[in-house]
Design a protein around this ligand. Structure first.
Ligand code: MTE
Ligand code: MO
Length: 360
C-alpha cells in the first residue's frame, strides 16, 4: 500500500467523510419524507399552498443531497474497505452484528442512491413499485444510519489522533479530492433547479430555456381525445354535474401568474400561466372554494392520471386550471385543453389533460 492509500484508510479521514455523509443523507431523508407526505398525505398532515417556491427548494435539496451522497459514500467505503476483508470475518457476536449492520447500511444506501439517480436520468423507468420501494428502503437506510452513528459516536467525539506530518499531507489530499468531487457533482447537477447555476451546469438535465415535457400527449395516448371538439370539462358537485366547453372556461374571469413546475426528479422551471382560478371555477360550478377536489385526466391508466387538490389549494386564487402557457394556447404536450397548475405543489400532481373534477 502506498502512502496515499495508507492515509486514506485512517480513522480520522473515515470520520470526517462519515460526518459529511451523515449530514447529506439526513437532509436527503427528511426532504424525501416530506415529498412522500405531500403526495400521500395522512389525515394529520397539511401542506400549505405558500410560499409558492417552497417545494422546488425542498425537492431540489433532496436530489442535490442525494447526488452529493454518492461520491461521499464511495469515498467512505474506500476508506474502510481493507476492514471489510478482515480475517477472521467474525470475532464475536457484537462484531458480527456491527458488520451485518454495515452491510445493511451500505446496501440500502446504495439502493436509494442508484434508484434515485436512475429515476432522474431515465424519467420514471418504472411503474409503481419504484416510489414505494424507494420510500420503504429509505427507512431501512436511515434506521441503520442511526444505529451506526450510535455505535461510532464515541469514536467521533473521542480524542483526535495526532496528525503525522507526512501521511497527514496525503490525508488532507484524500479529503480534498473527496470534497472536490462532491462539489463538482453538486454544481454539475444543481443547475436543474438553481437558475443562477444553469449556465455553468454543463451536465444538468432539463435545464434548457423551454419548459421540459415530462410525458408527451402521444405517450399518454390523448392526442385525439384532447383535440376532440366534443370535449367538455365536467365538474361534479353534491348538487349535480356541470360541464364547460373550453370557450366557456375562457369566458370566466382569468387569472395570470408566474408559477414553477417542480418535478420530483429535482428539475424545476417557472412559466407564466393563465386560466381560471379554482375559487372562481368552484363558485361557477355551484361549489365553495376550500372544498377538496379530485382531478381526473383524459389519460387512461398511468400513475399520474389523477390527483387530489386539498382545500388549502382550492381556496388559493393562484391555483389555476390553466388554458395558456407563456401567453400562447396551452400546447398538447403541456396539457391542452386544460391542466392544473397550483403553487407549492410537486410536479407529479400538476395534472395535464383534465377531463373531470370531483368536488368532495
Ligand atoms: N395526466 C398526466 N399529467 C401529468 C403527468 C402525467 O404523466 N400524466 N406528469 C406529471 C409530472 S411528473 C410532471 S413533472 C409535470 C410536467 O409538466 P410538463 O410536461 O408540462 O412540464 O406534469 C405532470 N402531469
Ligand atoms: Mo415529474
Amino acid at each position: 500500500m502506498n502512502r496515499f492509500h495508507a492515509a486514506a484508510h485512517s480513522p480520522a479521514v473515515t470520520t470526517r467523510i462519515g460526518v459529511a455523509l451523515g449530514i447529506a443523507f439526513g437532509i436527503c431523508f427528511l426532504t424525501g419524507l416530506l415529498s412522500h407526505l405531500i403526495q400521500h398525505p395522512p389525515g394529520w398532515f397539511g401542506w400549505p399552498s405558500r410560499p409558492v417556491h417552497l417545494y422546488r427548494i425542498t425537492q431540489g435539496l433532496h436530489v442535490i443531497s442525494g447526488i452529493a451522497s454518492i461520491p461521499l459514500l464511495l469515498a467512505k467505503l474506500w476508506t474502510v474497505y481493507p476492514k471489510l476483508f478482515e480475517k477472521p470475518p467474525v470475532r464475536s457476536v457484537a462484531h458480527a452484528l456491527e458488520r451485518l449492520s454495515i452491510l445493511v447500511l451500505s446496501g440500502a444506501a446504495f439502493f436509494e442512491l442508484v434508484t434515485g439517480l436512475l429515476n432522474v436520468a431515465q424519467n420514471y423507468p418504472w411503474d409503481f413499485y419504484f416510489p414505494s420501494l424507494h420510500y420503504a428502503v429509505a427507512w431501512i437506510a436511515i434506521g441503520s444510519v442511526v444505529v451506526h452513528v450510535a455505535v461510532k459516536l464515541p469514536i467521533v467525539r473521542g480524542p483526535k489522533e495526532p496528525e503525522k506530518p507526512s501521511p497527514g499531507l496525503s490525508r488532507r489530499g484524500f479529503l480534498r479530492s473527496t470534497w472536490l468531487v462532491t462539489g463538482v457533482a453538486v454544481v454539475a447537477t444543481a443547475g436543474a433547479t438553481v437558475p443562477l447555476l444553469r449556465n455553468i451546469s454543463g451536465l444538468s438535465w432539463r435545464s434548457g430555456k423551454d419548459l421540459p415535457v415530462n410525458r408527451t400527449a402521444a405517450a399518454a395516448g390523448v392526442l385525439d381525445t384532447a383535440r376532440d371538439p366534443a370535449w367538455r370539462l365536467e365538474v361534479a358537485t353534491a348538487a349535480g354535474t356541470r360541464s364547460f366547453t373550453r370557450a366557456e372556461l375562457a369566458a370566466l374571469p382569468q387569472t395570470t401568474a408566474e408559477l414553477p413546475i417542480a418535478c420530483v426528479e429535482g428539475w424545476s422551471h417557472s412559466a407564466v400561466w393563465s386560466g381560471v382560478a379554482f375559487p372562481d371555477l368552484l363558485r361557477a360550478a355551484g361549489a365553495e372554494p376550500g372544498a377538496e377536489v379530485r382531478v381526473l385526466s383524459l389519460e387512461r391508466g398511468g400513475l399520474y392520471a389523477t390527483s387530489e387538490l386539498p382545500g388549502t389549494h382550492t381556496a388559493d386564487p393562484l391555483t389555476l386550471l390553466a388554458l395558456t402557457l407563456d401567453g400562447e394556447e396551452l400546447p398538447p404536450d403541456h396539457g391542452y385543453p386544460c391542466r392544473v397548475i397550483a403553487p407549492n405543489r410537486p410536479g407529479v400532481l400538476q395534472t395535464k389533460w383534465v377531463r373531470r373534477l370531483e368536488v368532495r
